[in-house]
Write a protein that binds this ligand. Sequence first.
Ligand SMILES: C[S@@+](CC[C@H](N)C(=O)[O-])C[C@H]1O[C@@H](n2cnc3c(N)ncnc32)[C@H](O)[C@@H]1O
Length: 483
Amino acid sequence: MKPPQGEEEDEERLRQRKLEEALEVKSLRRIISAYLNYPEAAEEDVKRYERSFRKLSSSHKALLSHYPLKFQSLRRCISINSFFIINMLQAFEPPLDMSHDVDDCGCSHFEQPPNDMNVCSHESAAASGSCCSKPDEACCGEPSNMMSKPADCLAPNEEVDTEGCLGSDTGSCLAGRENYKMTSECCSNHVSDSNGNVPSSHHDWLDPSLQLRVPMVDVDKVRCIIRNIVRDWAAEGQKERDQCYKPILEELNSLFPDRSNESPPTCLVPGAGLGRLALEISCLGFVSQGNEFSYYMMICSSFILNQTETAGEWTIYPWIHSNCNSLSDSDQLRPVSIPDIHPASAGITEGFSMCGGDFVEVYSDPSQVGVWDAVVTCFFIDTAHNIVEYIEIISRILKDGGVWINLGPLLYHFADVYGQEDEMSIELSLEDVKRVALNYGFEVEKESTIETTYTTNPRAMMQNRYFPAFWTMRKKSVEKHST
Ligand SMILES: C[S@@+](CC[C@H](N)C(=O)[O-])C[C@H]1O[C@@H](n2cnc3c(N)ncnc32)[C@H](O)[C@@H]1O
């Protein structure tokens, strides 16, 4: 007998949900595998350098007799980077049931790449040692499989977190996360700290048998994340932060001079990356929420925000992956201490949260209408398939009289994505962006151009410069807008 129609619909919805969840588990596994593949991929690079070295004539080799030592040093640096990565993964609490068997869900189209084309697309290929043909082009030019599930808020630890998603019922929030003690076997080769200590894991999903072999572009994203760590969480990134984040913070400070603890203004930071800007905004006394859809980013920001215990707790070697444009080996092999501050002691104020999910999906929810006093976008609006939709949503979620502060270029992430014919990409000029914003009730209050880099090695011989637009727009109050 056929089930009644209502039951059929329920079954179909359930099936659909399971399928989506399975796809997301698959996508997350692939991202975790990319992190776990990092040491091996980096070792392959060193082997390649060694092979080239061996091809030299004896007299040429003699001129570079320090090279074997450099290769050893590179291996030590890779091992220390890997130690950081494995600790970060072990601290990660997947918001999904990772035991979900992706091959049991009856779907045959699993080979979608994960949701992370955008994580490093403002880096130059040459700078990241990565995959583009033109020096200024967005790298990681791979289609994106948007994380279609509802948002999960990865909130900082108990001292710094309150309840997460500011009344959005679109997402579920993981507040007050546990600290992890490592208990069992380690899952990756080449991973130890500078003293040779190897971390251990009790996460089944870190089991080597579940690891996928991922394409190099995925591992490149891990390298991008390492560079992003410098931008957000190292003293070396201070110059970039001063160029990008400081003008935004100063603008917020002057636009909301009378902030009170009882009723602080609310500020959303879509595309929050590794969370530093959202944290700084919280420290200014705003109820600050970062939104981010990349698990690459969220795994890392969650670790730094929630798990670090002191400033300078970790050492990484962000610049080892490119031999190009180095002034010296010691520049290339220099260590970077992270984080430059201890996030939990930085002065975060109540209501700080990181909300995982696609900006369009999460903030299109009716509960988000007119919620925010400020929306801050930094190197974000060009991540859109449809920038008009981004602007529409920003306008809708702002209160009347609320402000949109933007700083960033228009390096559209889905422009020139070859071989993906159906990949939508609306690529407006700045002039048209402003025209569209006007249509959604925005008035430009301030506008300028700033000069900056993005995740650039400050000691490299090549440093790509951006001249991004920096503006403050105010959403006209309803009365004004309708006249
Ligand atoms: C170029 S990065 C900028 C990160 C950070 N704002 C900064 O200035 O360092 C853009 C970020 O937006 C995120 N992103 C892209 N599309 C998104 C979307 N639809 N929803 C949420 N985050 C998104 C990417 O994962 C990436 O972390």
